[in-house]
Ligand binder design. Structure first.
Ligand SMILES: Nc1ncnc2c1ncn2[C@@H]1O[C@H](COP(=O)(O)OP(=O)(O)OP(=O)(O)O)[C@@H](O)[C@H]1O
Length: 458
């Protein structure tokens, strides 16, 4: 199913430069147990006509929150968001959104779903029907007007999502991970068709803002890539001007070079030639559960990655490894971060390198690997240290999870607290430092807890 496109051009569209969206000093907080917790801070961003801007960052860096602030679906906590120099006071009239999960109404046909956006704007029935037909045609859905969403494949459903957004001819099309719920081939096809449509000038929108955690997708589609960092909360870490002609060649050296540079920024790695390490890591003795959150990686996941590196001789190129697994680099970043935090690996040049401890961990049988893991988490994972230390100091040797939840709530949103505790539970259980009983929601010191096992500074 192809969209109704003209032959594609080989150059980037000329930018007319009109300022469409702008944030100045944007801060966004969500309510935590102990007041407002910032998710975005000091965001200064402009979106101009004729550009595709990608908001790229790891999970939790605030990409979707920023997109929703730009769309006026969430109010800024401080700072301003303007559309054509007018501050937003509600939904942004110049934007329409495409969602990851399509968000179609199952009881409406394709035609009716597409008309929805116009209905909300008070457009009359005849005009609505004609505009929807045109959008449906443009997006390659003609013939499916009377179908219901359940009759359509994922790719076709997302086409409805696009048609519904495009029918209102928004100045800025907002897309929140629009391809990530689709299989690889469908995503690739839809992405390519959309970019052809955009390049051909037939797109009834003047700019696109795309949220993605996929570096390659950002480099493929965007004119500008805004990388968000997440510690301690979402800020703009770097902006890349892509400047590659379209259609883009994934095998071109310049394409690969940009992927590399963006990847280095996303993972917090220093520029080549300098000491490898994480730009945002905190010195060991200053780490706390607040400034060094645990990466969302299970013991199984991080052990699996360590074993794969060992099987490749203790050193491997992350991009090659992800490729071999049929994954994107960013799919394995939480595991890379976890190995890095626990000092099982270091990053050198483009390679992930097992440390001596990492090699022992990857090579050990289960009992031995548990011991090595226990030492590593007690030495490097502040939340696991906090739980173990608190349990050891408590005469009952048990503590409700609410105790830790309250401490963490000073620094994280409740969703983040849940993720932190889930990871700490998984890590501490594997290390046999403590157990966790979901019924009374209680941590209990492990029966094998070796009170001599060292926690630095304790
Ligand atoms: N409604 C909410 N209430 C409280 N916290 C929230 C809410 N929405 C998001 N958060 C938290 O804000 C942080 C940023 O979330 P956001 O969804 O914007 O990030 P993201 O970069 O888009 O992540 P992902 O790629 O996982 O969607 C996350 O830690 C999330 O837990």
């Amino acid at each position: 199913m192809a969209m109704n496109v003209l032959p594609s051009t080989t150059t980037t569209r000329p930018a007319d430069g009109d300022l469409l969206l702008e944030t100045a000093g944007l801060t966004k907080s969500y309510a935590g147990a102990d007041g407002e917790l910032p998710v975005l801070s000091g965001i200064d961003l402009q979106v101009r006509a004729d550009e595709v801007v990608a908001l790229l960052g790891k999970s939790g860096s605030g990409k979707s929150t920023l997109l929703r602030c730009l769309a006026g679906l969430l109010p800024a906590s401080s700072g301003t968001v303007t559309y054509k120099n007018t501050p937003l006071t509600g939904a942004n009239p110049g934007t329409a959104m495409v969602f990851q999960t399509f968000a179609l109404l199952p009881w409406l046909t394709v035609q009716q779903n597409v008309e929805l956006g116009l209905e909300a704007k008070g457009v009359g029935a005849a005009e609505r029907a004609e505009a929807a037909r045109q959008a449906i045609d443009l997006i390659g859905l003609d013939g499916f007007e009377s179908a219901y969403p359940k009759e359509l494949s994922g790719g076709m459903r997302q086409r409805v999502g696009f048609a519904r957004a495009l029918v209102v001819e928004p100045d800025v099309l907002m897309m929140d991970e629009p391809f990530s719920a689709l299989d690889v081939l469908t995503a690739e096809n839809l992405r390519g068709e959309l970019m052809e449509l955009w390049e051909s000038g037939q797109f009834p929108t003047r700019a696109i803002v795309l949220v993605t955690h996929n570096i390659e997708e950002a480099v493929l589609m965007a004119d500008r890539i805004v990388v968000l960092g997440s510690r301690p909360y979402g800020t703009i870490r770097e902006v890349f001007e892509v400047g590659l002609d379209r259609p883009r060649d994934r095998n071109a050296a310049a394409f690969e070079d940009l992927i590399d540079r963006v990847y280095r920024t996303m993972t917090g790695r220093q520029k080549e030639g300098r000491t490898p390490g994480r730009a945002e890591s905190v010195e060991l003795d200053k780490r706390t559960p607040a400034n060094t959150p645990l990466p969302q990686a299970s013991v199984d996941g991080l052990s699996g990655l360590a074993e794969m590196v060992l099987n490749r001789g203790g050193r491997c190129d992350l991009a090659d490894l992800a490729d071999d697994l049929g994954l994107e680099i960013d799919d394995i970043l939480p595991q890379v971060d976890a190995l890095d935090l626990l000092a099982f690996t270091t990053l050198t040049g483009d390679d992930l390198l097992l440390t001596e401890t990492g090699e022992r961990f990857a090579d050990a049988d289960v009992q031995e690997s548990k011991k090595i893991f226990a030492e590593a988490v007690l030495g490097h994972a502040p939340l696991v240290q906090l739980i173990t230390r608190s349990l050891r100091q408590n005469p009952g040797r048990a503590l409700r999870s609410g105790f830790f939840r309250d401490i963490l709530a000073h620094h994280f949103t409740s969703e983040q607290v849940t993720v932190q505790l889930e990871t700490a539970t998984d890590w501490g259980r594997y290390a046999e430092l403590y157990s966790y009983d979901a019924e009374p929601q209680e941590y209990r010191l492990g029966e094998n807890d070796d009170a001599d096992a060292r926690i630095p500074g304790y």
